[in-house]
Design a protein around this ligand. Structure first.
Ligand code: PMT
Length: 333
């Protein structure tokens, strides 16, 4: 079978600066990739939200949630996706609101959203919760009404008090530009800002200059992809963009022997405050907190799982406690 190699064709002869190991510098990434068209609107909404909460003295958490896509063509028909449906981020947002935080929820478009998640991502369709009335109106079936009333009240309260800001991304470049810009805007809150990086970010991409402009044709048979490595953005985030905030990154593994060493390695390499390790298969039941001097496992029993208790109900109070120490003393414990 014939195969073609992507990137095809190269639109630029400019060399792409790298760190000598084939990975471009994060700053260079922003020079060679186009910023998203809605970045000014994103910044304007976030600036207004941050000003409001700075004047109120609120603690604000910047949650990233869902997976990034990596386009294969500039006029994109095909893309590679990253695993994550956004449950961790959306569930956490609810518990952060309960803990008194203002929440910036930067999520993959159409991924799971706080409060709505209880009805949108179940076995049932939206219309299955409703019944038509003879007078032409529609009402929620009585068995779901109490739960929907409770969640709708919380959701409306969060919106009315301006404590939740919904922002979205789809592609890797959109995510990275918005992460950079968003964390610099939140930096005005200094230690009162927490960055909760639950999104699953692609490690590989095709720079736009190397990407095919039009839909890759199948007439030549199979397709061989060559992807560049995405620079690690935790480094500039920790050392420049959000230097005073509390930064919480996640480490996802499938081999349990690697989880703690890799999580600790990330903490040492980037010098931030918390890494939360989770295993793909048990991520809803068990997480491991890694801080500079401590390691702590939070876990739910089978009975708690059966009762519908969510691990985020343990993660968020623990983080709120660590964040308060950070605000008070610049230390996590
Ligand atoms: O959404 P769900 O389905 O509920 O799943 C939740 C989750 C498993 C996706 C979530 O809990 C999780 O683990 N998220 C992080 C997954 C991930 O991208 O891990 P990583 O090992 O590739 O990256 C580690 C950290 O480095 C991340 O916090 C990421 O923000 C950061 N990173 C990653 C790549 C990159 N180029 N630059 C980065 O800074």
């Amino acid at each position: 079978m014939a195969s073609i190699t992507v990137p095809i064709p190269t639109n630029s002869n400019e060399p792409i600066l790298d760190n000598g190991q084939g990975v471009i510098d994060p700053d260079v990434y922003f020079q060679i990739n186009e910023s998203p068209a809605d970045l000014p609107e994103f910044e304007s909404k976030l600036n207004t939200f941050v000003d409001f909460h700075k004047s109120k003295g609120s603690n604000v958490v910047f949650i990233t949630s869902g997976g990034t896509t990596v386009p294969l063509e500039n006029q994109t028909v095909r893309f590679i996706d990253n695993f994550s449906n956004g449950t961790r981020g959306a569930t956490s947002a609810e518990y952060f609101l309960e803990a008194g935080y203002a929440v910036v929820f930067m999520h993959r478009q159409n991924s799971i959203q706080p409060y709505n998640r209880h009805f949108t991502h179940s076995q049932m369709g939206f219309l299955d919760y409703l019944e038509p009335m003879e007078n032409g109106s529609v009402q929620v079936l009585s068995k779901y009404a109490a739960k929907m009333h409770e969640l709708l009240t919380k959701y409306n309260e969060a919106k009315k008090s301006n404590r939740i800001l919904m922002l979205d991304f789809v592609t890797l470049p959109e995510y990275l530009f918005k992460l950079q810009s968003g964390s610099k805007i939140l930096a005005r809150l200094e230690r009162k800002a927490m960055y909760y990086l639950a999104a699953a970010v692609s490690d590989f991409f095709i720079p736009s200059q190397k990407m095919a402009e039009h839909k890759i044709q199948s007439r030549d048979g199979g397709l061989t992809l060559t992807l560049d490595q995405v620079p690690k953005f935790l480094k500039p985030l920790v050392s420049n963009w959000a230097a005073k905030g509390l930064i919480v990154s996640f480490k996802l593994e499938t081999d349990s022997n690697l989880l703690v060493p890799k999580a600790r390695q990330a903490l040492t390499r980037y010098g931030h405050q918390v890494v939360i390790g989770n295993m793909l298969k048990t991520r809803k039941q068990t997480v491991t907190f890694i801080t500079q001097h401590n390691q702590k496992v939070l876990s739910l029993s089978q009975q708690q799982m059966a009762d519908g208790i969510e691990i985020e109900s343990e993660i968020i109070p623990e983080l709120a406690r660590i964040h308060q120490n950070w605000i008070d003393s610049g230390k996590t414990e």
